[in-house]
Design a protein around this ligand. Structure first.
Ligand SMILES: NC(=O)c1ccc[n+]([C@@H]2O[C@H](COP(=O)([O-])OP(=O)(O)OC[C@H]3O[C@@H](n4cnc5c(N)ncnc54)[C@H](O)[C@@H]3O)[C@@H](O)[C@H]2O)c1
Length: 399
């Protein structure tokens, strides 16, 4: 039985709704400093401990049998809380970045190795129905040698929406450089091709539209594009979270025999597959629009469809249970999480240095960890506005 505590009840609420429907999960405690958010759940969770302070959440939760925590607190503050929870004997799910500095990446990895606790990064975009379909096609081997992959995640909004999502002067969404929210674009590429990033170079581009909001949103670049050599020899090009004027996100994997992709002009719910005439298997079309349907993914696909969470959250809950209760290995472990965070962090340094190429540490290797263990450069302020050691946007002279 998973006896879970949820830290952060905003995005955390989506998972609370899934957890409470699951017979193998009990919500033991919920913590959010904004008590209004917690009160929305008070009646539904008569038995859960509700509080505003993390230490109280941890100690009271443990007394009540809590064995794992789901971190949905501020994007840039996951690692210290993950470490506290693992040191207290709990397994951790982090939604959805692992660390905001290289130093934190090292600390997190070493805490998992020291405590033996399970750690899972809840990156859900690899589990969207089209990405699952693409992953199935890639793993069949029909693409041949994998050469190139693309991941593009677009998410912006009008001023009212941006204000709603950026509560407070020092909130992470006002200071996050464009490369940092990388998991939704890079995660699916890694998962579909079972590869890890090795080197990154990147570029960002300034946005006049976002510059108009600079008094309260300081990260006014419109996009950050990263370019990686992956450990399977493939090249990948992907975004962080971008504000490019585009109405879609998209993913593409190209081999030397075939390619698969979705998004853009491709009909919703379909994956486009292309073969050369000379690589096309007998009986197949050169170009096909394949249905991406959850019914193709067995019993769990049907459950996911019925649960109405084709967007991926259902699969995350399944992965958490598979790993924490049933002891199965997961792809998005602490090493994958640290690699994604390091790509985002070093990708930003590359943007600030005109595309300089950076080696992404292999966090399994102690010597490589040693090189970055005191690297704590950050674009994020603490709650009093102090501690920034990196700019969060490209230099811009206002012209
Ligand atoms: N995978 C997805 O599709 C997806 C979608 C939205 C958000 N997220 C992730 O979820 C995380 C949270 O984002 P969000 O959208 O909920 O916005 P948010 O970061 O503004 O909300 C965090 C919540 O945690 C609470 N909190 C933070 N620090 C706390 C502390 N020290 N003590 C008590 N409560 C604390 C806040 O009051 C707030 O309710 C981020 O890492 C974000 O990247 C993922």
């Amino acid at each position: 039985m998973l006896k879970i505590g949820v830290f952060g009840a905003w995005r955390g609420n989506n998972y609370i709704d899934l957890f409470k429907e699951d017979e193998e999960i009990e919500i033991v405690a919920i913590c959010d400093k904004n008590l209004e958010k917690l009160k929305e759940h008070k009646d539904e969770f008569a038995s859960a401990f509700l509080c505003a302070d993390f230490d109280e959440f941890l100690s009271e939760g443990i007394k009540r049998g809590m064995n794992s925590v789901f971190l949905a607190n501020y994007f840039n503050e996951h690692a210290p809380y993950a470490i506290k929870a693992m040191n207290a004997g709990l397994d951790v799910v982090s939604e959805c970045t692992s660390a905001s500095t290289l130093k934190e990446c090292v600390e997190l990895v070493e805490c998992v190795e020291k405590t033996g606790r399970k750690y899972f990064i809840a990156e859900n975009y690899p589990f969207s129905t089209q990405n699952l379909k693409m992953g199935k096609l890639v793993s069949s081997g029909m693409l041949g040698s994998l050469l190139y992959a693309e991941g593009e995640y677009n998410h912006s909004g009008d001023n009212e929406l941006l204000r709603y999502y950026t509560p407070g002067e020092f909130h992470w969404r006002a200071w996050m450089p464009r490369t940092y929210y990388v998991t939704h674009a890079l995660g699916p590429i890694m998962y579909m091709t079972k590869s890890m990033p090795k080197y990154v170079s990147a570029r960002a581009a300034h946005s006049d539209l976002l510059y108009e909001l600079r008094d309260w949103r300081h990260n006014y670049d419109g996009t950050g594009i990263m370019f990686c050599e992956m450990d399977n020899g493939m090249i990948a090009r992907f975004t962080g979270c971008t504000a490019m004027a585009s109405d879609y996100s998209r993913y593409r994997i190209c081999g030397d025999r075939a390619s698969v992709e979705w998004g853009g002009y491709i009909e919703e719910g379909k994956v486009r597959r292309f073969f050369f005439e000379h690589t096309k298997p007998e009986g197949e079309e050169q170009i096909s629009l394949l249905d991406a349907d959850l019914s193709d993914f067995g019993e769990d696909g049907i459950k996911a469809k019925n649960a109405g969470h084709g967007g991926g959250d259902y699969w995350i809950v399944k992965e958490i249970k598979d790993c924490f209760i049933h002891g199965k290995d997961i792809f998005f472990d602490v090493y994958a999480g640290a690699a994604m965070s390091a790509t985002a962090i070093l990708g930003w340094r590359s943007c600030l240095n005109h595309g300089e190429n950076f080696k992404i540490p292999d966090f399994r290797n102690k010597e490589e960890r040693d090189k970055v263990r005191s690297d704590d450069l950050t674009p994020f302020p603490d709650q009093n506005g102090n501690g920034i050691t990196l700019p969060c946007a490209l230099p811009f002279d206002g012209e």
